[in-house]
Design a protein around this ligand. Structure first.
Ligand SMILES: [Zn+2]
Length: 98
């Protein structure tokens, strides 16, 4: 099932229930569409998160280098948690070296 089909399904089910205000639904759909457009999935982020965090600690330019990862981290609490845990570990490790 592709994302458009999922959105159609969500739209339909919300329409039937009519519990959520339209604005909330639209906002939610926009986030979904946005994530899809950027093409950065949790899988991709998990594969690149080590690199991102290392870059963040060493050069402080991870955000410029991988803006899509940064954007995903802002949107996705799961990946953000992973990122913060890794950042914590790396910062401690790099302090030990010095
Ligand atoms: Zn994610």
């Amino acid at each position: 099932m592709n994302i458009r089909a999922i959105i159609q399904k969500i739209k339909k089910s919300f329409h039937q229930e009519e519990e959520l205000p339209n604005e909330a639904v639209l906002g939610f759909l926009q986030v979904l569409e946005h994530v899809q457009e950027e093409g950065c999935s949790c899988d991709e982020v998990f594969h690149k998160i080590d690199e991102y965090v290392e870059r963040e600690v060493d050069q402080k330019d991870a955000e410029d280098l991988m803006p899509l990862i940064r954007e995903h981290l802002d949107l996705c609490p799961d990946c953000c948690e992973e990122y913060e845990a890794l950042l914590d570990i790396l910062e401690k490790t790099s302090k030990d070296k010095k």
